[in-house]
Ligand binder design. Structure first.
Ligand SMILES: [Zn+2]
Length: 88
């Protein structure tokens, strides 16, 4: 069993909550790259920013943003989970 993204870091409920709030505030949108397990996260507030999020078995495995590379619970991961929860 591997838990790559959280290895070595503690994801607190506060960090999760903050990431979710930023995801909503910044209008982050998730778009699946057709027929792959990759999703592109783009920000409504910064059109120049886009990151690739990898999903395996319904879990966010990695994100290419700075926070994601550090294994931190980032806003892109939050955006994906929020999207899943509303069933979009
Ligand atoms: Zn990210």
């Amino acid at each position: 069993m591997s838990r790559t993204i959280t290895a070595g870091t503690a994801t607190t409920p506060e960090r999760r909550e903050a990431a979710r709030k930023r995801a909503v505030d910044e209008g982050i949108e998730m778009r699946q790259v057709r027929s792959t397990d990759l999703w592109v996260a783009s920000s409504g507030s910064n059109p120049a920013a886009a990151y690739v999020v990898k999903i395996v078995d319904g879990q966010v495995i990695s994100c290419t943003c700075k926070a994601g590379e550090m294994g931190t619970y980032c806003k892109h991961r939050a955006a994906w989970e929020l999207m899943r929860e509303v069933g979009a």
